[in-house]
Write a protein that binds this ligand. Structure first.
Ligand code: FPP
Length: 264
């Protein structure tokens, strides 16, 4: 970033508390009125980051958690109102027991250790995915953090854990089919808006921008329905190295796109 940061009031943030302040530092070459409202991220490359340095894979996850903390703060500073990250997919159970255990413990520790900060920063936490089979201590930490932050009005921070996009759509269909079976609705009542309302993300706008790190060009079962019109940005940067500068690049690239939503 060569140019000095410019202080801009971002109209996308509805109400900021005095603590978070409505004046934010945004790089001068970004247009504060055309920022994505909701950014989704597939945080990939932790293992490769660690391998390149001769560290165990878990070190990559630790550093990945640091990168996520910084990104969340950056979203607040730059006026991006929602951040959704893919922390653990339904397929990730296939990793070694040691790595899965480490990740579950890391998530639990982070939800506990960062709770004070999330409250102070007005972050509103949500966790999406099937939490039936996560360790009970992690479930409790999530539950405490969700409850403690639910009336906050800052960044909407959503973490996908044991999440699969197809599974989410199937569950929504089952719920709707049940309602049809009970005669509560007719099959002709089913539309896109009804299906959206039965997804974990019902109260969030669809992501405007999906960032995937480490160069992979796949959606990997993440927010399959919600990403229908999102702009994709793929960078070779490995997740632990994805810093403010890298995010700035992603936003600049996003602002060069002409979003058409299927129209000409
Ligand atoms: C993908 O890299 C990363 C993960 C499966 C875990 C991501 C988790 C964090 C960054 C911690 C986040 C914490 C909270 C509380 C949300 P990979 O292991 O697939 O990397 P590779 O493709 O190089 O092997």
């Amino acid at each position: 970033m060569n140019s000095p940061p410019l202080t801009i009031h971002n109209p996308l943030i509805p109400q900021m508390t005095p603590k978070t302040t409505s004046l934010i530092e945004l790089p001068a070459d970004l247009d504060g009125t055309r920022l994505p409202q909701h950014v989704a991220v597939i945080m990939d490359g932790n293992g490769r980051w660690a391998k390149q340095r001769g560290f165990p894979r878990i070190m990559g996850h630790r550093r990945g958690a640091d990168a996520l903390r910084d990104l969340l703060r950056c979203c607040k500073d730059w006026g991006i109102s929602a951040l959704t990250v893919y922390a653990f997919s339904t397929e990730n159970w296939g990793r070694s027991i040691e790595e899965v255990d480490f990740l579950m413990t890391l998530f639990e520790n982070l939800f506990q250790a960062e709770l004070k900060e999330m409250i102070a920063e007005e972050v509103k936490l949500a966790v999406v995915g099937n939490l039936d089979n996560v360790p009970s201590s992690l479930y409790s930490a999530i539950d405490r953090a969700r409850t403690a932050t639910q009336s906050n009005h800052g960044v909407r921070f959503t973490v996908a854990i044991n999440y699969g996009g197809r599974q989410e759509i199937v569950r929504a269909c089952q719920t709707i089919a049940n309602q049809v079976q009970q005669g509560l609705i007719k099959s002709t009542d089913i539309d896109e808006s009804m299906l959206s309302q039965h997804l974990h993300t019902a109260d969030l706008p669809d992501p405007d921008l999906l960032i995937r790190t480490s160069g992979e060009m796949r959606i990997s079962n993440f927010l399959l329905w919600q990403l229908a019109y999102a702009e994709f940005y793929v960078t070779d940067t490995l997740w632990p190295d994805f810093d403010r500068r890298a995010f700035h690049q992603a936003l600049l690239n996003y602002q060069q796109r002409h979003r058409r939503f299927g129209k000409v």
